[in-house]
Design a protein around this ligand. Structure first.
Ligand SMILES: Nc1nc2c(c(=O)[nH]1)N[C@H]1C(S)=C(S)[C@@H](COP(=O)(O)OP(=O)(O)OC[C@H]3O[C@@H](n4cnc5c(=O)[nH]c(N)nc54)[C@H](O)[C@@H]3O)O[C@H]1N2
Ligand SMILES: Nc1nc2c(c(=O)[nH]1)N[C@H]1C(S)=C(S)[C@@H](COP(=O)(O)OP(=O)(O)OC[C@H]3O[C@@H](n4cnc5c(=O)[nH]c(N)nc54)[C@H](O)[C@@H]3O)O[C@H]1N2
Ligand SMILES: [Mo]
Length: 766
């Protein structure tokens, strides 16, 4: 019998062993609430969709003019590693020599895998930096709007996000938790880098048992755990600003706002109040005004505002609220509401951004540095906000606005991706397909034939974590894990590091890139930073070999001092916030000075964008995170596939909307709007507000006709429907969470989903 070996993933620590050719997985014994996502892992070992050999797209290989138009519809030719590396290195050399590093897009956004050394993002950025740099992307799909607005009004994003109100404080002191966008436990299954203990559900239960109450503001009832009794306010998607303003309106008109707090800790409240009460635009933001917009009754709003003023109240705003048109506004307005309640910095009260979005947010900070690979410095200063990728590829040289600057899109010739899946994560896939047909060359490292790999010119097969040794560690997770190789590499798959090391040799940059180390030597070297820091602070500090033998190591945590908000509350002059005024900016002169028509000097309600008014498409589609996988990762895994119906991604619809369209449970339906369409399988559910449908992200995009300009996704990827417009000129964040659609029963012949099958290769024939 083989013994179970420790390992880790973004969705939990676990151990595994290969027994009679089958991969067996066990959750970590210290995890109180292990994630069902572990059920996706065994398929890694033998899925036909794994990439087994390097492959090159025929059109690219033959180099005929116009061959780019065949991207995504062409055949692939398998080649040897030697030939593949030769092709990649020559093409890199050509582009760097002829066009320079500003013609290389290496942003390569994506979650990659857990593991501190074989972290694909770190590896590709280090590799490209040594070669001369690359055009990068800034911010994330997760939090594109918040990362730009929060520093203007509350302080550096990191200090706000990382030092949020803790779960311990919530369990101890919160009386009312008002969750804009909810707190779906499925989201806390994951945390980037790893999570050895899933505590959110037990903590919520603990707070509930003490008598805390919860207000769930979401179009979906299951955005809060069912056994933690929350009041569900089923809001119309995209309208939280109206509700928040009305809550503020009640606080002012009933004199429930904390004037002393506003005077002492904030700037610009007066200008905001003029807007709130309608002195500047003749529209008072009353509960009656809001009710018509957000679908929550005026009495319910008034009552909630009163409860908020009476209780120790924590306001949370989810990532999802800002992954939408004008997403900066609700993030900012949540801060303003909390300031009006005057509880920022009190135990279990105030404001917390994105609490409940990821499993380690709200846990204690670590008192030791994590092992981290140095990516070196990127000499190129050109960048795009991450979700502007199609704009960049389609409109080289064109001007765009971002955070007070007018910038220009670079002219990209080569795109290199490792550890991300743009054909999962980006909006308006039909537009993305046009954009990805523009550059000369697209190189992708992948472990499986994802939709992105199928769109590439050169595909290099990468190992997954279970095929290599690594160190597992994550922000706010107290366990470092010896991630031991569980299976041999599948096919000819190689580690990203070894691929980049070989390419560096061909390109003459090997010494700098590898520093002369093998992977195992790198693990020991990276671990040493953490060991030294632990030893210096007098903590247990085993050497690498001992750690590797033991399988895991507990890291010390910092005592919970309540974060920066706490010190600020005690003495705002001695511990100012890192904003221009040192205070909470309810009005920001900086943002106002940018003069944007879509993000002004104080939070406000912007009417829906014109395209959402198209009378043909009036159902709201919520495109949220999937409960059955992490994004698109391991969509071919057992747990993810067990949730599909007739091989399609499930879409939920309210009974009234289904009945009006003659749709019954389990029907294959077609969702469509002006940008595209997809098939999905209907689940009829009262947990979805009327007028709203919900289709999770992550089903691998599969075109009905790969050559067609406007393809239909036959599998159920919502990004064929979402629009590709930034949140505002301030942040240019992704707005993928929400879109508008119509739906009908699909009556045509049902095309088979083939995206998880083995690729067919063309015989070489060159
Ligand atoms: N409509 C809509 N779209 C969204 C969202 C939404 O709410 N609505 N959410 C957005 C958000 S928040 C995010 S974070 C993004 C997520 O978007 P991504 O992070 O791009 O999604 P993943 O599926 O995690 O993609 C990671 C890819 O890396 C590969 N990979 C993993 N490990 C390795 C490795 O070691 N080496 C190599 N070479 N490859 C590896 C995996 O196989 C996978 O294909 O999606 C965004 N897209
Ligand atoms: N299981 C699992 N967990 C994950 C991920 C995953 O892929 N799988 N991805 C992780 C990542 S990268 C991130 S960034 C986080 C994302 O964290 P979030 O962005 O917060 O997560 P979502 O599930 O996209 O959205 C949460 C809920 O917000 C609600 N919502 C949508 N629009 C509105 C609105 O206009 N108003 C209100 N009030 N509510 C709205 C939806 O009902 C949705 O279920 O999740 C993380 N957690
Ligand atoms: Mo994310």
């Amino acid at each position: 019998m083989n013994s179970f070996q420790p390992h880790s993933s973004h969705w939990g620590a676990f151990s595994g062993r290969l027994e009679n050719g089958r991969l067996e997985i066990r959750s970590h014994p210290g995890d109180p609430h292990p994630s069902p996502l572990l059920g996706n892992i065994p398929a890694i070992a033998d899925s036909p969709v794994r990439i087994r050999r390097p492959a090159v797209r025929r059109g690219w290989l033959e180099g005929k003019p116009g061959h780019e138009q065949m991207r995504g519809a062409d055949e692939f030719v398998e080649v040897s590693w030697a030939e593949a590396l030769e092709l990649v290195s020559k093409e890199l050399r050509r582009v760097y020599d002829v066009f320079g590093p500003t013609a290389v897009f290496g942003g390569s956004y994506g979650w990659s895998s857990a593991g501190r050394f074989h972290h694909a993002q770190s590896q590709i950025h280090r590799f490209l930096n040594v070669l001369g740099g690359y055009v990068k992307s800034v911010n994330t799909y997760s939090s594109g709007a918040a990362m730009v607005i929060i520093p203007h009004v509350l302080g550096p994003y990191d200090s706000v996000d990382r030092k949020s109100v803790t779960w311990d404080a919530i369990e101890r002191s919160t009386e009312l938790l008002v969750a804009f966008g909810g707190m779906a436990v499925k989201n806390t299954d994951v945390h980037g880098g790893g999570i050895s203990q899933h505590v959110v559900l037990p903590k919520l239960r603990g707070a509930s048992a003490r008598g805390a109450r919860f207000a769930l503001i979401s179009p979906l009832r299951d955005d809060f755990p069912a056994d933690v009794n929350a009041d569900w306010l089923p809001i119309i998607p995209g309208t939280d600003m109206a509700l928040m303003l009305a809550l503020a309106h009640v606080l002012v008109t009933e004199d429930l706002h904390d004037r002393d707090f506003l005077d002492r800790y904030t700037v610009g409240y007066g200008k905001f109040e003029d807007y709130l009460l309608g002195r500047t635009d003749s529209v008072a933001k009353t509960p009656e005004w809001a009710a018509k917009i957000c679908g929550i009754g005026a009495e319910v709003i008034t009552d909630l505002a009163r409860q908020m003023a009476r209780s120790r109240t924590l306001i949370t705003v989810s990532h999802s609220l800002q992954r939408a048109d004008y997403g900066e506004q609700p993030v900012w307005m949540g801060i303003v509401l909390a300031a009006m309640l005057g509880q920022i910095g009190l135990d279990g009260g105030g404001y917390s951004y994105s609490l409940g979005a990821l499993g380690n947010i709200g846990k204690s900070l670590l008192a030791a540095p994590l092992p981290t690979l140095n990516q070196f410095k990127n000499p190129v200063t050109d960048f795009i906000p991450v979700a502007r990728i199609s704009d960049m590829l389609l409109h080289p040289g064109e001007e765009f606005h971002y955070n007070g600057k007018a910038l220009h899109y670079p002219d990209i010739r080569l795109v290199y991706w490792a550890g991300g899946n743009p054909f999962h994560h980006h909006q308006d896939i039909n537009r993305l397909r046009r954009a990805f047909r523009k550059p000369d060359t697209l190189i992708v490292h992948e472990s499986a034939w994802t939709s992105t790999a199928r769109f590439a010119d050169i595909v290099l097969p990468a190992t997954t974590t279970i095929e290599r040794d690594d160190i597992g560690a994550a922000d706010r997770d107290p366990l470092i894990i010896a991630m031991k190789r569980l299976i041999d590499p599948v096919g000819e798959a190689r580690d990203d590091y070894d691929i980049f090391a070989d390419l560096s040799r061909l390109l003459g940059t090997s010494e700098t890139f590898t520093e002369g180390r093998t992977s195992k030597e790198w693990l020991a070297a990276l671990f040493e930073t953490t060991r030294t820091a632990l030893a210096a602070a007098g903590h247990e500090a085993p050497d690498f070999e001992t750690f590797w033998r033991q399988g895991e190591l507990h890291l010390p945590t910092k005592p919970d001092k309540g974060g920066p908000a706490n010190a600020f509350r005690q003495d705002p002059a001695a511990s100012p916030l890192q904003t221009p005024s040192g205070k909470i900016e309810i009005f920001s002169d900086t943002v106002d000075g940018f003069g944007y028509d879509d993000c002004g000097g104080h939070p406000r309600f912007y009417p829906p964008r014109a395209e959402t008014e198209d009378a043909r498409f009036q159902l709201h589609l919520v495109c949220n995170q999937p409960h059955q996988r992490l994004h698109s990762q391991l969509d071919y895994g057992g747990f993810s596939r067990s949730t599909k119906i007739r091989d399609r991604e499930p879409v939920r619809i309210n009974p009234a909307d289904a009945a009006a369209r003659g749709i019954t449970d389990g029907d294959i339906v077609k969702l469509f709007n002006a940008r595209g369409s997809c098939l999905a399988a209907a689940i009829i559910s009262e947990d979805v507000r009327p007028g709203v449908m919900q289709l999770a992200t992550g089903a691998w995009f599969e075109a009905d006709d790969p050559a067609a300009a406007d393809a239909m996704c036959i599998h159920g990827n919502p990004n064929i429907l979402t629009h590709d417009i930034g949140t505002s000129k301030l942040a240019q964040g992704s707005t993928g969470q929400l879109t508008r659609v119509e739906v009908e029963r699909f009556s045509g012949e049902l095309p088979a989903v083939r995206i998880f099958e083995a690729m067919a290769f063309s015989a070489d024939g060159r």
